[in-house]
Every structure is written in structure tokens, then in C-alpha cells.
Design a protein around this ligand. Structure first.
Ligand SMILES: [Cu+2]
Length: 183
């Protein structure tokens, strides 16, 4: 069934590694691992998850999606600086490619996993299970611990000020929200 090995030879290795890594997380063993995963605590709405995703396999991997129970809406974001010097974040087109032995650093002000519709409070100390999906369908699960974090707050809330932030105006007022930095 999965034996169309001609073009999927590389992915077969990945699949084997992923399956072997399901029960225990032994690092540096040809597996995908994550270092210091955490998520910013929030009452509802938008927040982000961070960490350093390490590709310990022998093949490039492409992170294409993430999922977490508390937020059905979730995206992979990069942060880019425009001509005006303003840093804005946007969905990473095509996902994040990580070369063998390389890692993807996700941190405030940079790449991150964007939770866009948190439905219940995420409090400091909470543990959230994330599932990452890679090109080809392999998945990787990790647990992120919630932490209080106030830095880069304006950036996140400003850029996604169209949702769950302001119940008085309609959700279409995206362009207005982007220009009003005060909550
Ligand atoms: Cu974002």
C-alpha cells in the first residue's frame, strides 16, 4: 500500500523514524525533536507557540501544519519587516523547510505557531499537546508548557486584531484594526 517507493524512498525513512519515536523521545537519534516548547498564556483569542524544532533525520522536512485542541484555528507564521520598518507576520507560504541537521527557531518576533481562536483560557503552567504535520503526512507530537509573556504583545494583537478582540465592531474591520495599536 505505501510501497510506491520510487519517489517516496526518502519519506519511507521519515515514516519509520516517526513511528519509532512515538512511544519515547530519545534525542539525536535520527528523529525530529523540539527544544523548549512553550506557548504564551492567554484568556481567549490569539496567542502563539514557540520552540526550536530540530530535524535530526537525514532528509529535509517541510512543516506544513500544526494542530492543538484549544484552538481550531491555527497557522504557521513568519515575521517579515516591510519597507516601512514595520514587522508584520504572515502565514508561511509552503510551510517551513528544515534541512537535515538544521533546526527551525520559533520565538517571539520571529517564526511561530499562531493560535487564532483560543476558546478557553490557557494559564501559566498548563500543558498543551501540539501535533505537527509534515509534507508527506508524517506527524510529530509535542507538549508545550504555557508561560506568561508580555513582549511582542502589540505585534500579535495588532496584526490579528480582526478576531475575538473587540466584540463591539464587526469582524470585517481588519484594516482599521491594523492601524490602531492600542487595544
Ligand atoms: Cu502570527
Amino acid at each position: 500500500m505505501l510501497r510506491t517507493a520510487a519517489r517516496l524512498g526518502a519519506l519511507t525513512l521519515l515514516t519509520a523514524a516517526a513511528l519509532a519515536g512515538c512511544s519515547s523521545a530519545s534525542e539525536g537519534d535520527g528523529e525530529i525533536t523540539i527544544t523548549d516548547p512553550w506557548v504564551k498564556s492567554v484568556d481567549e483569542g490569539m496567542t502563539a507557540a514557540f520552540g526550536e524544532l530540530v530535524n535530526g533525520t537525514d532528509e529535509p522536512i517541510v512543516l506544513t501544519a500544526a494542530a492543538v485542541d484549544v484552538s481550531p484555528m491555527i497557522e504557521l507564521h513568519e515575521t517579515v519587516t516591510g519597507d516601512d520598518g514595520m514587522a508584520t507576520m504572515q502565514q508561511k507560504d509552503g510551510g517551513f523547510t528544515i534541512e537535515p541537521g538544521e533546526s527551525l527557531v520559533m520565538e517571539p518576533g520571529g517564526n511561530h505557531i499562531m493560535l487564532m481562536g483560543v476558546e478557553e483560557p490557557i494559564a501559566a503552567g498548563d500543558e498543551l499537546v501540539f501535533t505537527l504535520t509534515f509534507e508527506g503526512g508524517d506527524t510529530f507530537e509535542f507538549t508545550a508548557v504555557a508561560k506568561e509573556f508580555s513582549g511582542a504583545n502589540e505585534e500579535y494583537e495588532g496584526d490579528h486584531g480582526d478576531m475575538d478582540m473587540d466584540s463591539t465592531s464587526d469582524a470585517e474591520a481588519t484594516s482599521d484594526a491594523e492601524h490602531s495599536s492600542d487595544h
